[in-house]
Design a protein around this ligand. Structure first.
Ligand SMILES: [Zn+2]
Ligand SMILES: [Zn+2]
Length: 307
């Protein structure tokens, strides 16, 4: 009894505190019907203490990514810097982040789940911001910044001050893809590797291994949700909006759970080494075939256009 008590006391409080799950918005902005003006460019939702979710509206860019701002005591971490708005749209992302950070004296780290263009559009603007570091997007830049000693098997940490975020390599959708784990909320920010939509896979073996590693991590840590970067599925199981849809009134909710990661891992394990399309109620896996030389984007079928 005494031994057990001493053992329990030796565990830091933060390690045994149950995570406080994030709450997603009851309704996300999801575009406007054809012909209507795009008035609300973005939505800010406080999902939990120190965690804000910013969604770009579908009518700003049909990728409509979700960005995450996590505040610590010394540092703020912004995951992704958004997609490029249509020409002429003055998109207030930096101003929004400034407002959310407010009077707190925090440095800002802008990191990315990965370097596809719908996740890095405002890097240039953050580079001009004071007290801000923007992490590069190549595998070398990512490995160097986070000081990974092993890739892709290793882990790294970002200490925001009172909030340590674990960084996990997750190549497959893209070579430098990362997942970020926030132990306070039990959230895995999973970028384009796991979200309710079309999960395109460029490197099939790497993706299978990444998902297996992520599952191992998630089973060893308290995980309450997987928060990805897009929503493309409809609330009706198995149905998906075509990519580039500008108005999605019946979207799937944003967060997925551990059961979805298990489904994904089971499907990839069953499929084996041969890439194939996999359809489940809440996501679709699609091997990505790069366009052959000379094939212009406009001639590509819509399902191969996702980058
Ligand atoms: Zn991507
Ligand atoms: Zn994306």
């Amino acid at each position: 009894m005494k031994t057990i008590l001493l053992f329990a006391l030796s565990i830091p409080l933060a390690a045994i505190a149950a995570p406080e799950p994030l709450k997603e918005a009851s309704q996300w902005i999801h575009g406007v019907p054809a012909g209507q003006a795009c008035v609300q460019l973005l939505q800010v939702h406080q999902a939990g203490p120190g965690v804000f979710i910013i969604r770009q509206n579908k009518c700003v860019n049909t990728e409509a990514p979700f960005l995450y701002l996590i505040l610590g005591e010394q540092k703020a971490l912004l995951l992704d810097s958004g997609a490029k708005p249509d020409a002429g749209v003055d998109f207030p992302l930096v101003e929004t982040v400034n407002r959310l950070i407010g009077e707190r004296k925090l440095s800002l780290l802008v990191a990315h789940t990965h370097g596809h263009r719908d996740h890095i559009a405002f890097d240039y603007a953050f580079r001009a911001r004071a007290n801000t570091t923007v992490v590069g997007t190549t595998p070398d830049a990512v490995k160097t910044h986070f000081q990974f000693t092993q890739w892709p098997e290793g882990e790294a940490q970002v200490d925001l001050g009172g909030r340590k975020i674990t960084v996990l390599p997750l190549p497959g959708h893209e070579a430098a893809h990362l997942a970020f784990y926030d132990p306070h909320s039990g959230t895995v920010f999973s970028g384009d590797s796991l979200y309710p939509g079309m999960l395109t896979v460029r490197d099939w073996p790497a993706y299978r291994q990444s998902i297996a590693r992520l599952l191992k991590f998630a089973e060893a840590h308290p995980v309450t949700a997987f928060a990805g970067a897009h929503v493309e599925m409809m609330s009706k199981p198995y149905d998906m909006y075509p990519l580039d849809t500008a108005y999605q009134p019946q979207e799937h909710k944003l967060f997925l759970g551990l059961e979805h990661l298990r489904q994904l891992n089971d499907a990839l394990t069953a499929q084996g080494e041969k890439p194939a399309r996999i359809e489940r109620a809440d996501f679709i896996v699609e091997p990505y075939a790069p366009p052959s030389a000379g094939l212009v984007l406009g001639l590509m079928p819509w399902w191969k256009r996702r980058i």
